[in-house]
Design a protein around this ligand. Structure first.
Ligand code: ADP
Ligand code: MG
Length: 253
């Protein structure tokens, strides 16, 4: 089964504000998709719905072939069980702009806590897994340090390792480098690129067009909560069909 994620006619409303207005998306195993769009176009809301940090107002989300939630009487509206969502959140890793590491725990402690608490792993197994994932993002040598002793770029790589330690089926990145000093952006993008090359399935919201161009299999341009344009990086970045995409690209280069 090759399709990791399918999104059908996803809508999200906050009261009267209709933020996502019918998103369709299919993501295959190993794909890296970059999502571009102006501020307020609904990028974060889309990722948050995929991880059920926000409940979709309408639409169907299928993860690894399993439809999430149950149909209600109202067409398109689903209801979700807490247990189901907790299991699912463990399968979908997310990395935010703010790293939110626990300051009172060591780097390895931060990576071990999820597998121990949520997956019932022993401390020993969790430590091995943590070290494997810290190595994956090139920061194993900081395992015993506290987050405050690390640079922002290093902290963000720990946050990536923490998400990876849950052995997710896909990873979501929401402007993971936007809070970093410019000189620290590259190391985080490089870790993300390596992950993509390892075959991780990834949805990446970023304004880093170089990353989109070099790493993405597909680029999606969101506008007003809808997919306004979609294609290969060459198509969308070099030869955009839509005026709104061109305007966005002009303001970001
Ligand atoms: P982006 O990530 O593309 O900048 P967002 O998904 O964060 O966009 O926001 C899209 C729109 O939804 C914005 O108008 C924002 O103010 C609104 N919004 C986001 N989250 C909430 C919320 N929890 N409550 C009300 N409005 C929200
Ligand atoms: Mg956002």
């Amino acid at each position: 089964m090759d399709e990791v994620l399918r999104v059908e006619n996803l809508h999200k409303r906050f009261g009267l504000l209709h933020v996502l207005r019918g998103i369709d998306l299919s993501v295959h195993k190993g794909e890296t998709i970059v999502i571009l769009g102006a501020s307020g176009s609904g990028k974060s809301t889309l990722l948050r719905c995929l991880n059920f940090l926000e409940m979709p107002s309408e639409g169907r989300i299928t993860i690894e072939g399993r439809l999430v939630g149950r149909e209600t009487g109202t067409p398109g509206v689903m209801s979700y069980g807490t247990r189901e969502l907790n299991a699912l959140r463990a399968r979908v890793g997310m990395v935010f702009q703010q790293f939110n590491l626990f300051p009172h725990m060591t780097v390895e402690g931060n990576v071990m806590i999820g597998p121990m608490k949520l997956r019932g792993m022993t401390e020993e197994t969790a430590r091995t897994l943590a070290h494997d994932n810290l190595r994956r993002v090139g920061i194993l040598e900081k395992a015993r340090e506290y987050p405050a002793r690390l640079s922002g770029g290093q902290q963000q790589r720990v946050a990536i390792a923490r998400a990876l330690a849950m052995e997710p089926t896909m990873m979501l990145f929401d402007e993971a480098t936007s809070a970093l000093d410019p000189e620290l952006v590259g190391e985080v993008l490089l870790s993300m690129r390596r992950l993509s090359e390892e075959g991780m399935t990834m949805l990446v919201v970023t304004h880093e067009l170089g990353f989109a161009y070099n790493v993405a299999d597909r680029v999606i341009f969101l506008e007003g909560g809808m997919v306004h344009e979609e294609g290969t990086p060459q198509e969308v970045l070099q030869n955009p069909k839509q005026e709104r995409t061109r305007e966005f690209l002009r303001s970001h280069t």
